[in-house]
Design a protein around this ligand. Structure first.
Ligand code: NAG
Ligand code: NAG
Ligand code: NAG
Ligand code: NAG
Ligand code: NAG
Ligand code: NAG
Ligand code: NAG
Length: 322
């Protein structure tokens, strides 16, 4: 009884299993190429051949470019010159003798490059303020399939971030991606851009198609910030007190000494016009102000007791030589 059961499994179940799992391998059909990546409205050609001849007919089933059953050939070609069916699933089949049929599916990826890739700021116009957060948006229009799309953000040449998509939709879609940025003073003149890349693998176009947005120039406002808050200057004829500091918009300068406000709006003062003392300069723009103190000292060389004495001794020496 038990042996009969094993025999039953061998006779019926095992061949069933083989035909299920090994169908692709055992079907005497070969596709060349085995997978295709085609541009939307592009052309495609795939051969299907067999080593079995004669057979009871082979053909291609497809919503475009179908090849009706042919009896006496071993190679048939699926050919479409303007492929516009997004969900096309071509199948090559063969009717073997004894009524068996088998088939091989051709994986087809149809891609469409984006109509446009654009960058913008979300809910904001005009200059950005240093240290605050802003949102950038990238719009990729009419691209397929998003499964192979990567949207990359760049600041200049630097890759900031990238996004991929898990949707399996085959038809073109619009995709919007956002990026949070916190610009600083070093971002003056920085150009942000986003790039849509379709990486379709080895069967796809090489190099993979990339579409970049126009660069977005970010204008950043920042307050003045001196690198040092005090500076000691020894008074000489050519020296200056230089309070010049970077800020955007450009700062205005005011000067004071002690309790006295000086009527000076320049960022640089010649020390020859000043007497020793402390001078405070304040640079101000719409975002804030920053002060710097210049400690102006009189020239360090003063006749001391010892220099007077040395001069006296030299004089004495000279006189005695004469
Ligand atoms: C199909 O053709 C190729 C070369 O043209 C050959 O190597 C291959 O064995 C063929 N496949 C079958 C299943 O006949
Ligand atoms: C093969 O088919 C073609 C038409 O598709 C026909 O002209 C030809 O006679 C056939 N050859 C054989 C050997 O059957
Ligand atoms: C391809 O087919 C589409 C839709 O049928 C049509 O609009 C387009 O003009 C065709 N392109 C070519 C090159 O034939
Ligand atoms: C994509 O955006 C364009 C323009 O805004 C619109 O005409 C089109 O219908 C959108 N496509 C999809 C799939 O939503
Ligand atoms: C003052 O400093 C600024 C910035 O450090 C510099 O560009 C400028 O030439 C200086 N001006 C003078 C007169 O030294
Ligand atoms: C400041 O100087 C300007 C000329 O440089 C002069 O016109 C103005 O009256 C002065 N203001 C005061 C308060 O001294
Ligand atoms: C100038 O500033 C220095 C350092 O802050 C201080 O030691 C000095 O007393 C000040 N001089 C005058 C004349 O205010």
């Amino acid at each position: 009884m038990f042996q009969h059961l094993i025999g039953f499994i061998y006779l019926f179940a095992v061949p069933q299993l083989l035909s299920l799992t090994g169908a692709q391998d055992e079907c005497p059909l070969q596709l060349n190429p085995q997978r295709v990546v085609v541009r939307y409205a592009g052309s495609v050609e795939v051969n299907c051949n067999t080593s079995v001849l004669p057979h009871n007919g082979m053909g291609w089933e497809a919503s475009e470019g179908a090849v009706p059953k042919i009896i006496n050939q071993s190679l048939i070609t699926w050919r479409v010159s303007n492929l516009t069916e997004w969900d096309i699933k071509p199948v090559c089949y063969i009717n073997l003798n004894k009524g068996a049929q088998c088939q091989v599916k051709l994986p087809v990826t149809i891609y469409k490059t984006p109509d446009s890739v654009s960058i913008s700021t979300v809910n904001h116009r005009g200059p950005m303020i240093e240290g605050q957060q802003y949102e950038l948006q990238c719009d990729v229009h009419d691209v397929a399939p998003v499964e192979y799309l990567t949207v990359k953000w760049y600041k200049g040449q630097t890759l900031l971030h990238q996004t991929t998509f898990s949707d399996t939709v085959e038809t073109p879609v619009n995709k919007t991606v956002t990026l949070l940025i916190r610009p600083d003073r070093d971002d003056i003149g920085a150009q942000y851009r986003c790039e849509a890349e379709l990486d379709l693998g080895a069967e796809g176009p090489q190099p993979s198609p990339k579409y970049s947005s126009e660069p977005l120039n970010v204008k950043v406002y920042y307050k003045p910030r001196h690198s040092r808050s005090t500076e000691t200057i020894i008074k000489d004829e050519k020296g200056v007190l230089n309070c010049t500091v970077k800020a955007n918009p450009a700062p205005v300068y005011t000067w004071s000494s002690g309790h006295l406000n000086l009527n000076i709006s320049s960022s640089v003062i010649k020390v020859s016009e000043l007497s020793p003392g402390n001078y405070t300069c304040t640079a101000t723009n719409i975002l804030g102000s920053d002060s710097k103190v210049f400690i102006l000292k009189s020239t360090g060389i003063r006749p001391t007791f010892w220099t007077v004495l040395t001069v006296f001794q030299l004089s004495v020496a000279l006189i005695s030589v004469i």
